[in-house]
Design a protein around this ligand. Sequence first.
Ligand SMILES: Nc1ncnc2c1ncn2[C@@H]1O[C@H](COP(=O)(O)OP(=O)(O)OP(=O)(O)O)[C@@H](O)[C@H]1O
Ligand SMILES: Nc1ncnc2c1ncn2[C@@H]1O[C@H](COP(=O)(O)OP(=O)(O)OP(=O)(O)O)[C@@H](O)[C@H]1O
Ligand SMILES: [Mg+2]
Ligand SMILES: [Mg+2]
Lengths: 224, 224
Amino acid sequence: LIVTENLCKTYLIGGQQLMAIKNINLAISANEYVALTGPSGSGKSTLMNLLGALDSPSSGTYWLNGKDVSSLQDPELAAVRNKQIGFVFQTFNLIPRFTALENVALPLLYANMGPEDRIRMATEKLCEVGLSKRLHHKPNELSGGQRQRVAIARALVNNPTILLADEPTGNLDSKTSDDIMDLFENLHHAGNTIVVVTHEADIAQRALRVVRLTDGQIESDIIN
Amino acid sequence: LIVTENLCKTYLIGGQQLMAIKNINLAISANEYVALTGPSGSGKSTLMNLLGALDSPSSGTYWLNGKDVSSLQDPELAAVRNKQIGFVFQTFNLIPRFTALENVALPLLYANMGPEDRIRMATEKLCEVGLSKRLHHKPNELSGGQRQRVAIARALVNNPTILLADEPTGNLDSKTSDDIMDLFENLHHAGNTIVVVTHEADIAQRALRVVRLTDGQIESDIIN
Ligand SMILES: Nc1ncnc2c1ncn2[C@@H]1O[C@H](COP(=O)(O)OP(=O)(O)OP(=O)(O)O)[C@@H](O)[C@H]1O
Ligand SMILES: Nc1ncnc2c1ncn2[C@@H]1O[C@H](COP(=O)(O)OP(=O)(O)OP(=O)(O)O)[C@@H](O)[C@H]1O
Ligand SMILES: [Mg+2]
Ligand SMILES: [Mg+2]
């Protein structure tokens, strides 16, 4: 499903090359559940952004469903990002002037759903993450963990075949964390593919495979 | 050092009153090390913002060092916020167009330090949090955990007597987390006061007292 070959991402800063990820060779099959771990700064978010087709590599290739992602153009690229992939950003990336409900309903514009169905579906997702009483709050009227859950609901609302979640429980207490991980497991049991970046050992243990990055490279890739 | 009496914060939203915190009575002495825990949305950040004099309560009183904080005006209020208190925000609140070094040096403007001393002090703090190689990166050129550590360095740079840290390790791997908690313990052993909001049990265990919030009120207040 996901295959990368010698994937590299280099930044130019202060006149120097900084290799955020170097020669990543990764293969993830459909219906896998992978945890991506590693120290702060090791390249996890960079890799996730490439897998989510939100960024392009400096070199190397990324095949998604057998297609070279760098050859994709809109509208196909937009469809991949919005319908096939659900992405939970490490910094949430919510739209400040939209309410929780409006933020979560947004990807459904790609699902050819009428406005009533979009509201109903978005409401359902927000209830699943425990935010039934916060539908009409804007991001600055929500706590950190509530914003994180809006980002999670938005990633799940299109029933994606691939969920890419970058540290989805960093702002959540353990009970709420468990609820979110249960949701992810439901998605997995329905046949979908999950990649979760996490710093927490107990979250990583719930995955079936753990890939560890250090200094932009894969240090280990172990079946749980 | 910190005394609150019937502290309340209420928001008006959708025509309704939302009591984020209700009748908080809290007393923290100098040189205490307190963990503040509780479910997502329970009022922890709201309380921290009040303790940091970054926001004012809807009702109730907050005495800091024996003074009623609501009676403070600039420049005394600004001095309290910038010299006496170090605040690590849950969402970091870094200045996007400033580098890590410039962000950390900013509070030192209140310390009457010349520019060379400010650069030296800010560099030292960034090295202490492991960012010696990221001094000239702007926030959008840093990973999530690196931004979090810039926020921590900025809170520590003025050697505050009170450190208020709102989920300071949420984006950090366990080794980096331990390093940060060691820094906090050094500050504590030097006689200062620490309040840390955390969802992680092992971080809470390093404190000497644990205050738990639920639904805006103190549920328990226990010596560790
Ligand atoms: N501006 C606002 N208007 C309305 N409600 C608000 C506003 N800001 C916060 N709230 C609500 O106040 C409650 C407390 O928020 P707070 O940020 O203090 O929670 P928290 O304990 O820090 O949560 P977390 O662990 O998720 O960070 C939340 O339920 C939130 O929805
Ligand atoms: N625009 C940029 N310019 C220069 N360097 C960058 C840029 N963006 C990221 N980096 C660097 O690339 C490296 C990898 O960043 P990345 O965000 O992928 O790390 P991460 O593993 O997600 O870390 P964390 O666990 O802290 O979130 C970091 O060392 C970071 O400083
Ligand atoms: Mg990251
Ligand atoms: Mg909070």
